[in-house]
Every structure is written in C-alpha cells, then in structure tokens.
Design a binder for this molecule. Sequence first.
Ligand SMILES: Cc1ncc(COP(=O)(O)O)c(C=O)c1O
Length: 500
Amino acid sequence: MNQKELFAEHLRSAMEQKQMKQVDLVHAADQAGLKVGKSHISQYVSGKTLPRADIAHFLADTLEVEEEWLLGDASKEDFFEPKIDRSSLTDNKKPPVRHFSKSSKLDNVLYDVRGPVVDEANRMERDGTNILKLNIGNPAPFGFRTPDEVIYDMRHQLTDCEGYSPSQGLFAARKAIMQYAQLKHLPNVDIDSIYTGNGVSELINLSMSALLDDGDEILIPSPDYPLWTACATLAGGTAVHYICDEQSDWYPDMEDIKKKINHRTKAIVLINPNNPTGALYPREVLQQIVDIAREHQLIIFSDEIYDRLVMDGEEHVSIASLAPDLFCVTFSGLSKSHMIAGFRIGWMILSGNKAVAKDYIEGLNMLSNMRLCSNVPAQAVVQTALGGHQSVNDYIVPGGRIYEQREYVYKALCDIPGISAVKPKAAFYIFPKIDTKKFNITNDEQFALDLLREKKLLIVHGSGFNWKEPDHFRVVYLPRIEVLEDAMGKLGEFLEYYRQ
Ligand SMILES: Cc1ncc(COP(=O)(O)O)c(C=O)c1O
C-alpha cells in the first residue's frame, strides 16, 4: 500500500470512529477558517491525494489522532496508533482495534438525493433549525393522502398477508398489473412476465445485477434518477450517459446516443416521464429510440413510475408498445400516483421478444427467488389501486394541487434574474438552469450547501443527477403554494447577493 492509500485508510477509519461524515469535515474546516471543499475530502478518502500540512494538522486535530499515523507515514506505522484507540486498550500488548470499511464496490456509487447536503440538513435539524425541504419526491409529508379505499382494503386483508407470497407476487396483484399493461398496449405480456418489488427501487437493482458483467456498458440519461447509474455501477457495469437536451424540451439527443454505442453496449435506460426534468417524451421521440435499439439489438429499460402524473391533456406512451420485436422491461408502481411511497410496492413487466432474453430471465428469476417476495400487504392493494376512480387525476388538472403548484413554481423561478427553466409536463419536479457566470458558480454542491446554511432551503444540486455541469438544480414542487412562495422568495433573496 502506498502512502496515499494508507492515509486514505486511516482517514476513513478515524472518521468512522468519530462518526464524522465528509460533509462534517467540510463544515468543521469552514468553522476553523480553512477552505476545504467536499471534492478535497473525497480525494483524500479515495486515496488520490495527500493533504497540505495545515490541512493534515486540522484533520488530525479534528479526528483526535496522531498526525503521523493519519498521514500513513510507513516508517511510523509501527509506532503510532490512533489516539482514540488507546483508551480502549487495557493491555499494551493487545493489537489496535480493527476497523471496518465499506466495500470498494461502493467507491464510484453516487446517491446524492440523500447525500452529504442532506446529512448537513439533518444535522441542522437536530440542532433545532427548521428546514424547508424541496429535495425529495415523497408525497405524504406534503399532505397528499393515500385514497381511503386503499387503506380500508389493506386493513381488511392484513391477516391474510402474514406469509410469504410467490416470489414474483400475488396472482391478483399481477393480474391487475397485467390488465394495466394491456391498456398501455404492451405486447406479449402474461402473468409470468410480471414481478412485484419493494418499490421500483428494488427492481432497478435486481434488473441491473442480473444483467451486467464487468465491462458491460449501459446507456443511461443525463440527467438521470441516480439510482439507475448507482445500481449499474454496483453491478459491475459501466454507465454511459447520453445527453438529454434542454434546448429540445429535455428530449434525449439521438446523435449523442448513437455516438456512445459500441459492441459492449447491452441496453438503454429511459426515464419517461422524467425525474428530474419533468419531461414527457412524445411518440416520435420514442420511435427514434426504438429504431436505434433495434439497429444495435439493445434491451430497453423504461422507468415509467410517473406515467399517471401527466398534465396538459398529454398522453403517456409506453415505449414497449412500439417495440414488439425487442425485449423491453417496463417499471412502474404506486409510490407516486397513489401516494404510498412508504408501503413499498412497484413492479416490472417483461414484454416483446422474450426469446432473446431467456438466460437473462433465468437470472431475474433467481434473484427474485432469493429475496423471497416483496411486501405482501402492499401487493394486496394493487388491484384496488389500479381499478376504479383514480384520485391522482384530480391533482393534475387546472385547480388541482400538482398542476397549480407547477404553474406557480415555474413562473416564480423564471422571474428570478439568472434562472431559467423548461416547463415540466409531468411528475412533480423542475430542473432549472443557473447562470453560472453571473453567480460565479463552479461547484453546484457548494451552491446547495450555501443555500441550505444561509436560507434553510434544501434542494438537490444537478450533479446529484449525473449532470456534468454545475449549472442546474432540482426543485420538488410537492409543497403547498404558500410554502413554495416562501421558498422561492428565499431563493430570490439569496441570488440577489450570492457569488461563489
Ligand atoms: C424515476 C424514478 N424511478 C424510481 C423511483 C423509486 O420509486 P419506488 O418508491 O417505487 O422505489 C423514483 C423515486 O423517486 C423515481 O423518481
């Protein structure tokens, strides 16, 4: 191990021992008057660089360890232990306490929707600060209640849901999903083509783990819902990001997709309607993606969890309906449209040409069996939720909360000098652009942290969605208009003086 790696290992173990996260060190450095950014700390932690003398001194002091030990000076390795360990030694001959680090498989995994800025918000909340949260697409805390009938039916069936279900899910739940798939014109779907999951999240992970070998590539949008990139990476694959173009209503850039395909590319991921942009892809755009997938024999993964949250009278088209000759996997669930994100129920539907994916489907079945089944009480309400009156429809028309909140937030953002945005057509997110020259912004995570510390307002920076430039952020417009007014007022005030 070289000195940088040794330093990184000691730093990680001292941080764990002190229960300090990277953002805590950034914050502590700030208070100590030192300029140490998140990127510095993450370089140290991953063994890429050694700190300057003053920063090394600060780190050792803050983490209460010997500086020489921390720096991983190999010649001192035998002589220095972390100060923190000494107290736990009753007998000088005992070896130093062993520390456990996370798997290196997680080194390149990013999930900033609940990342360091959120850690800082949690710390501030613990200290008693009230934070205005526009960071997470969780309808319930914003007063979006589950339809009563869903609750009645879950209560009614609870005692029948004590055991495991078949691993792919209860027959009745899958039948209801199958009928939904028929309404969306998904071809070649039978009951065995449907898998329920503990949210779409579990199935994204499962579908990536079953597919990707080291070196396999998968096309994922930028910006993306970062779980896709995280799970592809964790599975050993390489996420290759294709651009969604803000100038064209955030539609995927076909030329960029074509440029990025090679013999290692196995699949393309689509998020439609999109998180974080709120875009909805029209049939012509979907057709172009199908044509590319057909030419290069790619699997299409389509995340359609917002398919029932579409505004302005637009229709959501499932891409799988346009590709009967290709193998497609379509994801959806009840977290967003039925406001039961906490119940954890989602599904994936295999459609089209399943013959080409026989072996992959075996892998899916294996992983599905290994997790036994998804949450059974939540499966029990799928039939109720998908049938009858859809209360979400009242939210997405003029006068409905999601519609009116979108109207408000879009206008309010565009009225702030230096901010522009494409009006979202679906879901409940907007992904505005910041004029980085005007505000001299080079680090969007720093922008999010500064906004949080100064205005107690929590948003997610664009790079949290695998967006490469520091010029965007995401706003969740689920809060009521009064709360959004407060938030937009604070953002406007902040941007009157903020310069990075
Ligand atoms: C595009 C997208 N896919 C999947 C999920 C996860 O949904 P679930 O609650 O079903 O796990 C989210 C949650 O925000 C999302 O935005």
